[in-house]
Design a protein around this ligand. Structure first.
Ligand SMILES: Cc1cc2nc3c(=O)[nH]c(=O)nc-3n(C[C@H](O)[C@H](O)[C@H](O)COP(=O)(O)OP(=O)(O)OC[C@H]3O[C@@H](n4cnc5c(N)ncnc54)[C@H](O)[C@@H]3O)c2cc1C
Length: 277
């Protein structure tokens, strides 16, 4: 790993100013489970690493029915997977967080880092997509909010402007929602998703999101429209499962080939609908 300067700001203003000053030569770090691996492998070589962990008030998880769930930028996967509000109202998100890496990774890795890293296979993303989560951003000009679907733009590309950082993610509460998160990987433990996905049954209809099947996580809007157009029957489940595979564009890679991923998308949709009906 190349030498770098470690910076540990204690306020949001300081963090944003440092990033603005050093721009592409600097990188933010939270749990460091992506940053350090990429630095070790010389995929990135920043001159400055800006550690966010000393900034107060950007950790923690809060919930109310009106405000929904708030996941602070420093909230770890372990905290999400064990939080009583997440378990009660967003159990599929808790499940997704509980399947990220191994225990040591989950004790460090943040959900915000998982989203800003913008890998198509980020395990927490599909549940957040189903809830139309909102990414809270801080920069020196002020705060702004971006829907998660507009935040993740491409593989490792997000809608942050120079100097901006993410302070948290707001996940609207959907009363009565029931959902399922599934992760298909080559091994049951400590492996990246070959395909992952969340299917949600809400009072307003079905929501379906898949990961590792396109450059970004995806909401399957045609499949949702079909499901929301008529009562759920065995025939509709079969039709939706087939349609879902036409909405994704997976690639062949070391974990699986394209056809396997297409088959898994259909399987996940069929399985989740059958279990949630
Ligand atoms: C062994 C291992 C297994 C893993 N298994 C999985 C897995 O099963 N599923 C999965 O989805 N991921 C997995 N990962 C990837 C990783 O753990 C997650 O992506 C993690 O959630 C990243 O969070 P972090 O806090 O460690 O981010 P960091 O590494 O600190 O940062 C990741 C990226 O986000 C940026 N960033 C972080 N916080 C902020 C912020 N507040 N504002 C702006 N930018 C920010 C950083 O600059 C960097 O670009 C694994 C990693 C390892 C090493």
């Amino acid at each position: 790993m190349r030498d770098f300067v470690y910076l540990a700001p204690e306020t949001l203003e300081e963090a944003a100013a440092l990033k603005l000053e050093h721009d592409d030569k600097a990188i933010f770090m939270a749990g460091a489970t992506d940053v350090i691996i990429r630095m070790r492998d010389y995929l990135i070589a920043p001159d400055y690493v800006i550690d966010l962990k000393n900034i107060p008030d950007i950790g923690g998880i809060t919930f109310s029915e009106t405000e929904g769930l708030h996941i602070g930028a420093l909230a770890t996967m372990t905290q999400i997977a064990t939080n009583p509000h997440v378990l009660a109202h967003y159990p599929y998100l808790a499940q997704a967080a509980s399947l990220v890496g191994g225990r040591q990774i989950r004790n460090r890795a943040t959900c915000v880092g998982n989203i800003v890293n913008a890998s198509p296979l980020a395990d927490t993303a599909t549940s957040l997509y189903c809830h139309d989560a909102v990414v809270e951003i801080y920069g020196l000009p002020g705060k702004r909010e971006v829907p998660i679907r507009d935040f993740i733009l491409f593989v490792r590309k997000v809608a942050l402007r120079p100097g901006e950082l993410v302070t948290g993610i707001r996940v609207p509460y959907l009363a009565g929602a029931k959902g399922i998160f599934r992760k298909i990987a080559r091994r049951n433990e400590v492996d990246l998703s070959t395909v992952c996905g969340t299917v949600l049954k809400t009072n307003d209809g079905w929501r379906v999101a898949m990961g590792s099947v396109a450059p970004t996580p995806l909401r399957l809007l045609k499949t949702e429209a079909l499901l929301n157009s008529q009562p759920l029957t065995d025939a509709l489940i079969a039709e939706a499962a087939a349609l879902a595979a036409t909405e994704v564009s997976p690639i062949d890679d070391v974990r699986a080939d394209k056809q396997y991923r297409l088959d898994i998308v259909s399987y996940l949709v069929r399985d989740a609908l059958t279990n949630l009906r």
